[in-house]
Design a binder for this molecule. Structure first.
Ligand code: DGL
Length: 261
């Protein structure tokens, strides 16, 4: 199939977390149109097996391709770890941009400092992350956070219960200077403000969203698929794999998209 620059870009995640990537993409690539898909019926991905996550990601990819996208962003660290390599092998001519916890960025910014990487159990157990950690993890501690994405799915980005969860994670590491915390799951990016409040001012809080969108822009440009002048109008449409509460989810999605980056 011949692709052209007017087609939309597909973005998907297990649920609402990838909206943090969509938010960055709408700012950095304002001409483009985006189709967002949240696979809520199968969420969370981060506590399943890699094989299951690959199956979910494969189904979503097929569905978005059927809708005529020109490129795919896997706005999910977990699905990237479990499925990106295989999807790229299946669709070698298609642009597929994935994500990984921004450990390299943290290491580049603070090569000697202590780093905490928050991500899902599947992400942290993957071969992809093991390779990243071997290269950049000398001073890093990896913290699996099962149950954390669920706060964001509920629309909770700052409750006392959430703060207690995060304090529990951070407290053991606050006895010595902490250079950076990496938000290695796209859901956690919506918690940035709350995470900042719980950490010393000097600790950097980093994520990979900008890097991912920059990479998307580069790939589209070199394939001649970057839209230079988009028509005015709806730049995004959201859809979710759910049968109930559709209105509620749509409202929650709009609320999350309004949180400043
Ligand atoms: N948002 C996903 C990520 O970036 C994972 C959330 C989940 O466990 O489904 O890893």
């Amino acid at each position: 199939m011949m692709l052209n620059e007017k087609q939309p870009i597909g973005i998907f995640d297990s649920g609402l977390g990838g909206l943090s990537v969509l938010r960055t993409a709408l700012r950095m690539l304002p001409e483009e149109r985006f189709l967002y898909y949240g696979d809520i019926a199968n969420a969370p991905y981060g506590t399943k097996t890699e094989a299951q996550v690959y199956q979910y990601a494969r189904t979503v990819t097929g569905r978005l391709m059927d809708q005529g996208i020109k490129a795919l962003v896997i706005a999910c660290n977990t699905a990237t770890a479990a499925a990106a390599a295989q999807l790229r092998a299946e669709f070698p001519d298609f642009i597929i941009v994935g994500m990984e916890p921004a450990l390299k960025l943290a290491h580049d910014q603070c090569p000697e400092g202590r780093i905490l990487v928050l991500a899902t159990p599947v992400s942290l157990a993957s071969d992809k992350y093991r390779r990243l950690y071997e290269n950049y993890g000398e001073h890093a501690v990896s913290l699996p956070c099962p149950g954390l994405m669920e706060f964001v799915e509920r629309g909770d980005t700052d409750s006392e219960e959430l703060k207690a969860y995060l304090r529990d994670k951070f407290d053991p590491y606050l006895d010595r200077p902490l250079a950076a915390v990496v938000l290695g799951c796209t859901h956690y990016v919506f918690l940035k403000q709350t995470v900042r409040e719980l950490l010393p001012k000097s600790t950097l809080v980093l994520d990979g969203n900008e890097g991912t969108v920059r990479q998307l822009g580069r790939r589209l440009k070199s394939a001649g698929l970057l839209l230079a002048h988009g028509a005015p109008g709806e730049k995004r449409s959201l859809s979710f794999n759910i049968r109930q509460n559709e209105r509620e989810i749509a409202l929650r999605a709009e609320q999350l998209l309004r949180i400043p980056e």
